[in-house]
Design a protein around this ligand. Sequence first.
Ligand code: FO1
Length: 313
Amino acid sequence: MTQVLALSGGIGGAKLAVGLQHVLPPGELTVAVNTGDDFEHLGLAISPDIDTMLYTLSGLSNPELGWGRGNESWNFMAEIERLGGENWFRLGDKDLAVHIERTRRLNAGEKLSGITADFARHFGLLGRVVPMTNDLVRTMVITDEGTLDFQHYFVARRCEPVVKGLAYAGAADAQLGPLLQEASQDPSLQAIVICPSNPWLSIAPFLEIPAWRELLHEATAPVIAVSPLVNGQAVKGPTTKIMSELQLEQSSATIARFYEGIIDGFVLDPSEAHIVPEISVATHVTPTLMKTAADKQRLAREVLGFARSFSNL
Ligand code: FO1
């Protein structure tokens, strides 16, 4: 059963997913995760946002970095460096096991959704973590240095190149798996929540898939987006840098406009409340900064309460 279907990227979105997982009855959360950041590295299939979600929901993530495993060792990386191999993308020893096993199973012909569901079970999760699609979608960043694949822009070039545009290769032909269709049509579904992830990097890859747009349009449950901006800034990552490079005003009003036609409600931080009059959908103002477990659970409750207000109209 799915009471909440959440759409998320990695670190920022996973914080709200943790809160939702805590406040919902066990197993009632399905998180659909961006796979536009996925890439092949050292011959391995890497799905950074899926792994961040699995590690965060299971309490195994690295709290300082936000990605990778806590209590990690780096022997593999040290040896790769000794051999003069590529070391710009850091794979910890425990994390490496996930990439190796995923690659083996993909090469044997399994689907990413089935592999991810098994990993989630092995990590002790009761809810579902589902890739946004099993098909290949790749976020490409068009910059003043040329077109870069996402991880080369994000990690190798540390988001320094100026972004001129974004492309989502493969999205137009990508399909949704049955798990997502089922979750979106579940009669107990109360809300579809767009987590406070970067709209251009983490949520646009979903929205560029025609079947996702259709799912969001046809859903009877309210679609609620949470703005990632607090005081005109993202907590982490290049959201506002990209907004300014794309000549967009750095405010939650821009985020709400980005989701226009898709969302029924918009949640934003009090520091952004001045833009409420500019927003065409229902709004809910509440602190969105999630530092502690209590913050995550409180925001999750606020979002669900806001979603319930749509059925009381
Ligand atoms: N981010 C970094 O900034 N540097 C890294 O070396 C790095 C390695 C890495 C390995 C596995 C993984 O699942 C994620 C990793 N990330 C790393 C995070 C990742 O590049 C980004 O956080 C996401 O793709 C953006 O959501």
